[in-house]
Design a protein around this ligand. Structure first.
Ligand SMILES: Nc1ncnc2c1ncn2[C@@H]1O[C@H](COP(=O)(O)OP(=O)(O)OP(=O)(O)O)[C@@H](O)[C@H]1O
Ligand SMILES: [Mg+2]
Length: 452
C-alpha cells in the first residue's frame, strides 16, 4: 500500500514523492521521543523546499501524503507514551494515549484504503484515465480544445430517413446508407475521428449537395459548413482554411474553416467538388479526415471536428459512374467498380482510403425528375400563398423532356425553369384575390389560372 502511495505521488511530481518520503521517515523516527522536537524543524525545511520548487504549499499540506504522515506520527508517539505510562503504572493516561494511537492508526488505514481523502481522479473510470491524463498534462491539444460529441439520441432514424427521402428524391439507396452509417457512428463516439466521412459521387444535378444540406438541416440543427473546393485551386488557398503563417499579412484574422468549426462544434462539413482543390489544400484537409483536427497556422490552436460529419462530393467520372450504377446490381461490386472509375479519372487514392462510404448517385429516372418538378411547383405556390388545384400533364412532360434532350441539363436548370414559368403567374393570380390555381400549357406558354 505504501509503495502504491509512493507511485502515485511520484506520478504527480517527484518532489511530492520526496516530501512524502521524508515525512514518513520522520513519522517513524518520532516514535523515539528524543527525536520528537526534530519533527517541526524538518517539516519547516520540507515546506521551504517545496515552496522553492513552486508547488503550492497548502496543496501539499492538505494532501493525502501529509495527512498520512501526521497520523503515523501520532500513532507512533501516542503508542510509545502509552507503553511508557503503562510501565510506570499510570493506567489512566496509558489508556487515553493508547486509544489515541489506535484511532490514529485506524484513520491511517482508512486513508490508505481510500475511504478518507479519496482523490477525485481515482473516481474516473479506468477506460477514461488516459484521456484525462493527456488533457491534464496538456499533451493532447484536441482534448484541450474540447472535441464535441454529436448526440443524435433524441432523433428517430426512421423519421429522419423519411424526411430526407422526401427532400432528396430518387436516391433512396444513398440516403439510407448515409443515414444509417451516421447514426451508427454517432453512437460509437470514436475519439479523434469525425462522426463519419462520406464521399458522394456521380451525375451532376443528381442531389449530392442537396443530400448534404438535408443531413445538416434535419440531423444537425442546420449547422452546415460549406467549403467550395473549386475556389481553392491555388496553393495559397490553404490560408483561407487555416489562416496565414505567423507574421504574414492577415495572420491575426485566423482561418475561416477553423473559426467555423469552433463556432458550430457539431454539424456537417461539406467539401464540395473535392477533386478541384489544390493538392496543398488536400494535404491540409487530410488531418481533418484522419484525426478530426485542424490547426490554425498563426496561433497554433487546434480545433477538433469530432462532432462533425464530413461529406465530400465529386463530379469526377460522373458519366461512367452513372453507367456503372445502372448496370451493376450487386452493392459491393458496384462500389468496387465506382472506385476503379474514380481512380482511373485521377481521383486521389489517399482520399478514397480515408472515407467510410462511397455513395454513387445514379442519373435520376423520369419519375424522380417529375416528382422533383412537382415538389418545387408546390413549394413556389406555397411561398406565394396559393394552393395548386390542377397541373397540366403537358407541363411535366415538357420539363422532363427538356432535361433529357439537352446534355448536362441537370435538375438545377429544370428547377429554374419551373420558377421562371410559374412564379409570375402565381403572383398575378394572388393579386387578383384567388387562393387556388390551375397550371396549364398553351402552345409554348405556361398559363396559371385562378380557381374559385
Ligand atoms: N434528387 C433530388 N431531389 C430533389 N431535388 C434535387 C435532386 N437532385 C437535384 N435536385 C435539385 O437540383 C439542385 C441541384 O442539385 P445538387 O446541387 O444537389 O446537385 P449535385 O448532385 O450536387 O450536382 P453537381 O455535381 O453539379 O454539384 C438542387 O438545389 C435541388 O433543387
Ligand atoms: Mg453539388
Amino acid at each position: 500500500m505504501i509503495a502504491q502511495l509512493f507511485q502515485r505521488a511520484n506520478a504527480a511530481s517527484p518532489v511530492y514523492a520526496l516530501g512524502l518520503g521524508l515525512l514518513l521517515l520522520l513519522a517513524l523516527l518520532s516514535m523515539l521521543p528524543a527525536l520528537l522536537p526534530a519533527l517541526p524543524v524538518a517539516a519547516a525545511g520540507i515546506a521551504w523546499a517545496m515552496h522553492k520548487h513552486g508547488l503550492p504549499l497548502h496543496h501539499f499540506l492538505r494532501s493525502r501524503g501529509a495527512w498520512l504522515a501526521v497520523l503515523l506520527a501520532v500513532t507512533g508517539s501516542a503508542g510509545w507514551w502509552a507503553l511508557a505510562d503503562a510501565r510506570a503504572g499510570e493506567a489512566g493516561t496509558a489508556l487515553a494515549l493508547g486509544t489515541a494511537a489506535i484511532t490514529a492508526a485506524s484513520l491511517a488505514y482508512l486513508t490508505i484504503e481510500g475511504h478518507i481523502m479519496r482523490s477525485i481522479l481515482e473516481l474516473v473510470p479506468a477506460g477514461q484515465r488516459d484521456q484525462l491524463d493527456s488533457f491534464l498534462s496538456g499533451s493532447d491539444p484536441t482534448a484541450a480544445a474540447g472535441g464535441a460529441v454529436a448526440d443524435l439520441s433524441g432523433l428517430d432514424p426512421a423519421q429522419v430517413t423519411e424526411a430526407i427521402r422526401h427532400r432528396v428524391v430518387g436516391q433512396d439507396a444513398a440516403v439510407d446508407t448515409a443515414i444509417s452509417l451516421i447514426f451508427r457512428r454517432a453512437r460509437l463516439r470514436r475519439p479523434n475521428k469525425p462522426v463519419a466521412t462520406l464521399l458522394f459521387v456521380g451525375a451532376t444535378g443528381a442531389g449530392k449537395t442537396e443530400l448534404s444540406k438535408a443531413i445538416a438541416d434535419v440531423m444537425f440543427r442546420r449547422n452546415l459548413i460549406r467549403v467550395d473546393c473549386a475556389e481553392l485551386s491555388q496553393p495559397q488557398s490553404t490560408q483561407r482554411l487555416i489562416g496565414a503563417p505567423p507574421g504574414y499579412i492577415g495572420s491575426d484574422a485566423g482561418g475561416w474553416l477553423c473559426r467555423e468549426i469552433g463556432r458550430c462544434r457539431t454539424g456537417v462539413i461539406l467539401l464540395d467538388e473535392i477533386e478541384k482543390a489544390h493538392p496543398d489544400v488536400l494535404t491540409t484537409l487530410m488531418a481533418l479526415l484522419d484525426e478530426a483536427r485542424l490547426t490554425e497556422q498563426a496561433t497554433g490552436t487546434t480545433y477538433s471536428a469530432t462532432g462533425f460529419v464530413i461529406v465530400m462530393t465529386s463530379n469526377a467520372a460522373c458519366s461512367s459512374i452513372a453507367q456503372v450504377v445502372a448496370a451493376t446490381e450487386d452493392g459491393a461490386e458496384r462500389i468496387g467498380r465506382v472506385k476503379d472509375e474514380l481512380k482511373a479519372a485521377g481521383f486521389r487514392p489517399e482520399i478514397l482510403a480515408r472515407v467510410d462510404a462511397v455513395l454513387p448517385f445514379g442519373d435520376l429516372p423520369r419519375s424522380a425528375v417529375a416528382e422533383i418538378v412537382g415538389l418545387y411547383l408546390l413549394t413556389f405556390a406555397a411561398d406565394v400563398g396559393i394552393e395548386l388545384q390542377c397541373v397540366d400533364a403537358a407541363l411535366l412532360i415538357d420539363l422532363v423532356q427538356r432535361r433529357e434532350q439537352v446534355a448536362g441539363y441537370g435538375v438545377r436548370e429544370v428547377v429554374r425553369l419551373v420558377e421562371g414559368a410559374v412564379v409570375d403567374g402565381l403572383l398575378d393570380v394572388r393579386d387578383r384575390g384567388y387562393h387556388s390555381a390551375a397550371v396549364a400549357v398553351d402552345g409554348e406558354r405556361v398559363v396559371v389560372t385562378g380557381v374559385e
